[in-house]
Design a protein around this ligand. Structure first.
Ligand SMILES: Cc1cc2nc3c(=O)[nH]c(=O)nc-3n(C[C@H](O)[C@H](O)[C@H](O)COP(=O)(O)O)c2cc1C
Length: 135
């Protein structure tokens, strides 16, 4: 059982208490509450609190392979995609969605090469912290 729509530590811990196998950190693509936090902002705190007791996925605003990589770097097991493949569907149907997924995979691999990562296990939070300091 995966519980979607978790944005806080209390709800994440509640999901564990109720036997969830995982959560999706998500604000439902911003369709519920204007000016809410971005899922990526709350992800590190939830990852720390959950301490590996269940899987953590995330969605919301993933538009490029490097966005997916940032989420993984900050502790997500993986990302879910909403609008990005839908844009592909809107332009070219199922083939468009497949193209978007292939593009994202390419972008992830290129980013990993540029970061010097041989595998997904080499992607660490330090990459995101370093990028923040450089701004
Ligand atoms: C047209 C549309 C309808 C959606 N309807 C729901 C919904 O009924 N329930 C829900 O939990 N999330 C809904 N979502 C949010 C998605 O499940 C998902 O969390 C979100 O699209 C991910 O963000 P992204 O589109 O930036 O990838 C909807 C999203 C879109 C674009």
């Amino acid at each position: 059982m995966i519980v979607k729509g978790v944005m806080g530590i209390d709800d994440a811990l509640l999901a564990i208490t109720h036997g969830a196998d995982g959560i999706v950190v998500s604000n439902h693509g911003g369709r519920q509450l204007g000016s809410t936090f971005a899922p990526l902002e709350v992800l590190p705190g939830i990852v720390d609190a959950v301490r590996g007791q269940m899987e953590i996925f995330i969605d919301g605003g993933v538009r490029r392979g490097s966005d997916a990589l940032k989420a993984v770097a900050l502790g997500a097991r993986g990302v879910l995609l909403g609008r990005a493949p839908l844009y592909g569907v809107a332009s070219r149907g199922g083939a468009g969605a497949s193209e978007v997924l292939a593009l994202m995979m390419d972008e992830m691999l290129i980013s990993m090469r540029l970061l010097g990562c041989q595998g997904i296990a080499d992607v660490s939070p330090a990459f995101v912290e370093q990028a923040k300091r450089a701004v």
